[in-house]
Design a protein around this ligand. Structure first.
Ligand SMILES: Nc1ncnc2c1ncn2[C@@H]1O[C@H](COP(=O)(O)OP(=O)(O)OP(=O)(O)O)[C@@H](O)[C@H]1O
Ligand SMILES: [Mg+2]
Length: 414
């Protein structure tokens, strides 16, 4: 691939999506090709069958290669799962000469010191994201470089992941013939695609309800304050329909997509639909409202878990922009209204926007993660490409990029 061409792979529980893009301008990406295929060998966002997952990834990559006419040698890859956890950590450094402005090196040292956290041997640091700086007690400084002070604090959000889950994912992608440029937490990626800067600034929770898991990222003042992964998603909604309606999984999946609704009261009481069924008949008639009732119960439960998690991250009153729902399961009609009711916050469904090129398929909420992976990677790369920024932030960003690019083989000391 040419220098300006880059790729991302979203290894989801339901689908694997590979996207190839090129830099159209400093901030715009043009999609060159997309390869989507069914996922295999994954459970709740984690690899549980290396060979099956490797084959599914290889097939998605091959489709994207054919669609884009490029050869994908390396890609940015999304990671999620219950093994992921996060914390906020503060780094503090003294500025050697307070008469000189704070330099990139000082910021780099502060970030390094924030990244020195106690984590068990079986976990690795995925991200150390600066949230804001404090210069001599002056709080919430967005960029400390060029300021004067004798003490610099940086507040960071640190994401860690289980070593074996990381290595299983790496093995699958590299086994499919693709080098991993970086590993990026899915929820951070989704936020890049589905949320606008104003929402980020005013406080928002991004909730990606996928097939096997629900990712969550809470943003305050434009910076990530909390991330979490909940081990429930659209697969559980479908599973409930299998049990409640006594129908096979594919029929339940189809019924959910074709007739599902999160608000039973809005569905006509008398409306019935035909679905495939177990038993001698092979099909049956079910009330559409019953489908909605089953889906509402599970969706409500997921949203209650989301509410508890949001509260762990930030007081709800700070989330003026409320919640942006994304991920495949957010295509369920009525889910935004149900979310407003359960979460007592404004809610909308977010999908990738402002895409150029062969992007038709990517406009659905299910594609926020792959598009966001490209945006996150671009953001990091862009900072590294701009000479001024490199000079100013090089230590920080290159340090982080290196950490992730090496897929953090070095575990920080206990
Ligand atoms: N119209 C729809 N209504 C309801 N659910 C839908 C609809 N379309 C897709 N889904 C559900 O979305 C889920 C898949 O979402 P997505 O593609 O975001 O998951 P994934 O990224 O593969 O999984 P994960 O991120 O959890 O590993 C499936 O459970 C699917 O049934
Ligand atoms: Mg996903």
């Amino acid at each position: 691939m040419a220098n300006t061409t880059f790729a991302a792979i979203d290894v989801g529980t339901t689908k694997i999506c590979t996207v190839v893009a090129e830099l159209a301008s400093a901030h715009e990406i043009r999609i060159l090709g997309v390869g989507v295929g069914p996922s295999q060998g994954l459970n709740r966002g984690m690899v549980d069958n290396i060979h099956a997952a490797m084959e599914a990834i290889a097939s998605s990559v091959e489709r994207a290669e054919r669609a884009s006419g490029t050869r994908i040698l390396s890609a940015h890859v999304g990671i999620k799962g219950p093994h992921v956890s996060s914390m906020n950590s503060r780094g503090i450094v003294a500025i050697a000469d307070p008469r000189q402005p704070i330099a990139a090196g000082d910021v780099g040292r502060a970030l390094e010191s924030a990244g020195i956290v106690n984590i068990p041997n079986n976990r690795e640091v995925l991200h150390v994201i600066p949230r804001f700086y404090v210069v001599d007690g002056q709080d919430h400084v967005a960029d400390a470089r060029g300021m004067f002070g004798s003490r610099l604090d940086v507040e960071t959000h640190i994401v860690t992941a289980g070593s074996s889950a990381i290595h299983n994912l790496l093995r699958c992608v590299e086994g499919a013939g693709v080098h991993v440029d970086s590993l990026i937490l899915d929820s951070l990626a989704s936020g890049q695609a589905a949320v606008n800067p104003e929402e980020l600034e005013h406080g928002v929770a991004v909730v990606d309800i996928g097939g096997g898991a629900t990712d969550l990222a809470v943003y305050l003042h434009g910076a990530v304050a909390h991330t979490a992964v909940l081990p429930v998603g659209g697969a559980q909604m479908t599973g409930d329909l299998v049990i409640a309606l006594r129908i096979p999984q594919p029929a339940a999946e189809q019924a959910k997509r074709d007739y599902g609704h999160a608000l039973p009261s809005t569905v006509d009481e008398d409306e019935t639909v035909e679905v495939d069924a177990f038993g001698s008949e092979g099909h049956k008639t079910v009330e559409r409202r019953l489908i909605a009732e089953v889906l509402q119960a599970r969706t409500e439960e997921i949203l209650e878990m989301v509410r508890a998690e949001i509260r762990r991250g930030a007081p709800e009153e700070l989330l003026a922009a409320g919640v942006v729902l994304t991920g495949g399961a957010s295509s369920l009609p009525g889910i935004d209204l149900l979310a407003e009711e359960v979460l007592q916050l404004p809610a909308r469904v977010g999908r990738p926007r402002h895409l150029a090129g062969m992007s038709d398929v990517l406009h659905e909420p299910a594609y926020s993660t792959p598009v966001g992976l490209l945006r996150w990677a671009l953001r990091e790369q862009e900072i590294m490409l701009r000479p001024a920024a490199r000079q100013q932030r090089g230590g920080v960003v290159r340090g982080l990029a290196r950490k992730v690019a090496q897929v953090v083989r070095a575990v920080l000391p206990q």
